[in-house]
Design a protein around this ligand. Structure first.
Ligand SMILES: Nc1ncnc2c1ncn2[C@@H]1O[C@H](COP(=O)(O)OP(=O)(O)OP(=O)(O)O)[C@@H](O)[C@H]1O
Ligand SMILES: Cc1ncc(COP(=O)(O)O)c(N)n1
Length: 309
């Protein structure tokens, strides 16, 4: 377990839904915290009956009981960073926003989960307004995928310039840093990416309010992508809890997800979209500069474009 400079065990809290299949949600988050040697606590917003094939049922937790869980953790254990995942309803979104605002939390990673990989809705439509107005302003890092960014921005994102416009518009809604995740980019958008003729690269576009930083990694052609977004946001939270700079935390988290995806190719859990291998060892990035374009290299690290390796 990692110990802070002041002598306490480093802790992170996940406020998210349970995935009975263990690949996404709270389960992915706690496995990720453990991989980063960060103590993990959890407050559940909903229980899902779920497996690699889809979501078979959702049982919502009462918002007051979510509050009780966070207060129990906060009143005894505490946390150095928190991540928010599935919220489910507008009432839960409002409750979480109240809790976060009152607790004056720093190091908050917000994954605006809306739809599961299999297509099930994990957020009520009318919760989006609450998410935008109450929670986005409190986030240190916001991690929308392309579809979530389209809903938050209110327009389609079909090109590289749309992506740049989207992160700029999302920054105006209050988060300190945006990670626009490009895993769902279709062939159409890939073609418009600089230097990606055949969609072989996956991009993430990061905007910290002043500079755009781009990460490219080779696309892993795999069905085992259940929980990539949950794992990424949990890894960013774990790195922030450990005191890392935001861009280093993002690069480290991306590296972890990529390696967990590649490692998962070796085995099968379930028959649908299988989970990642959360037992891979994190590889830490440092010195990531705002404004740079970073490419994954086969030494397992992101390198600044234009630098000879
Ligand atoms: N096929 C892939 N190969 C390499 N990296 C990927 C792939 N798919 C996603 N990623 C990376 O995984 C992270 C999560 O991206 P993604 O766009 O899948 O998020 P998400 O849709 O929120 O995830 P989830 O499907 O779990 O909800 C990003 O850093 C993205 O670049
Ligand atoms: C409880 C919960 N939270 C988040 C997701 C999103 O993950 P994915 O898009 O990979 O299905 C999920 N399926 N279940």
């Amino acid at each position: 377990m990692q110990i802070s400079d002041t002598g306490h065990v480093i802790r992170a809290l996940t406020i998210a839904g349970s995935d009975s299949g263990g690949g996404a949600g709270i389960q992915a988050d706690l496995k990720t915290f453990a991989a980063f040697e960060v103590y993990g606590a959890s407050a559940l917003t909903a229980l899902t009956a779920q497996n690699t094939q889809g979501v078979q049922g959702i049982y919502e937790v009462a918002p007051e009981f979510l509050r009780q869980q966070v207060e129990s953790v906060n009143g005894d254990i505490g946390f150095d960073a928190a991540k928010i995942g599935m919220l489910g309803s507008a009432a839960m979104t409002t409750e979480v926003a109240d809790i976060i605002a009152r607790a004056e939390m720093t190091n908050l990673v917000l994954d605006p989960v809306m739809v599961a990989k299999g297509g099930a809705s994990l957020l009520e439509d009318h919760a989006v307004h609450m998410l935008k107005t109450r929670l986005l302003p409190l986030a240190t890092v916001l991690t929308p995928n392309l579809l979530e960014a389209e809903v938050l921005c209110g327009y389609p994102i079909h090109s590289w310039s749309d992506c740049q416009q989207a992160v700029s518009d999302l920054a105006k809604m209050g988060p300190q840093c945006i990670v626009l995740k490009g895993g769902h980019a279709t062939w159409g958008i890939s073609r418009t990416l600089p230097d990606d003729a055949n969609g072989a690269q996956v991009f993430d576009l990061v905007f910290d309010g002043s500079a755009l930083t781009t990460f490219y990694a080779p696309r892993v052609f795999s069905r085992k992508t259940h929980g990539t977004g949950c794992t990424l946001s949990a890894a960013i939270a774990a790195c922030l809890a450990r005191g890392m700079r935001v861009l280093d935390a993002i690069a480290t988290a991306k590296t972890f997800v990529w390696e967990a995806m590649v490692s998962a190719a070796a085995w099968d859990v379930g028959t649908g979209h299988g989970p990642l291998d959360h037992s891979v060892a994190p590889r830490f990035s440092t010195g990531i500069e705002a404004g740079g374009t970073y490419r994954w290299h086969n030494d397992g690290r992101f390198h600044l474009e234009g630098i000879r390796i």
